[in-house]
Write a protein that binds this ligand. Sequence first.
Ligand code: 6PG
Length: 221
Amino acid sequence: MSEPQLHVDDEPERRVGELLAAAARAGESIVLTGGSSVGHAYEHAASLEPDWSKASVWWGDERCVPPDDERSNYLLAKRTLLDHLADEPDVHRIRGELQPADAAGAYEKAIDGAELDFLLLGLGPDAHIASLFPGSPQLEEDERLVTSGPAGLEPFVERITLTLPALLSAKRIVFLVTGADKADAVRRGFREPVTPDAPASLLREGSVPIDVYLDASASGG
Ligand code: 6PG
């Protein structure tokens, strides 16, 4: 079992930006996330370290939309991180423009055998991680590394997501969580008993170190 370390900070986005910059400098393979909280962390990481040429970047999940769609997790990272770098990493995006099963198959082929050094995750208000939503059958996938399925929250487009075994193959997991609307999910995901009703809690069944960077509102005080 892994015991998540909670780091309450006034500016958790900056702390995570610093960690991302250090990982890029060290040439790590970094798994990025989507959502509304991470953009500032990406911008800060790019300003601290513009040379990502030794690193590779992957995504933990993607919405099934083209890469220039406003809902795309790739587009978020492109605008806030990749476009600001002097030297780009090796970029392995999930091809959300394909049919979900095809996109999942292609991404699984690409990521199979890759060592994932740094897995960045956001936390949904329902305690979902990547695109693994409470009670979804995708949570039970124990052979595939990548799967697809419906979204449990907005935007309601099909999702491609790493499975729990793939997430738990990472060497370290870093969460960025901000805002009072996440306080309940923080409690259910990191403090209360493990349950598929709070997918984040399932990560505690592995042995991967988990660091959660959060602001005071998300910590519930
Ligand atoms: C996505 C995600 C998702 C996200 C959380 C937190 O594609 O939406 O990767 O797992 O990280 O929902 O998102 P917010 O930061 O928007 O709350």
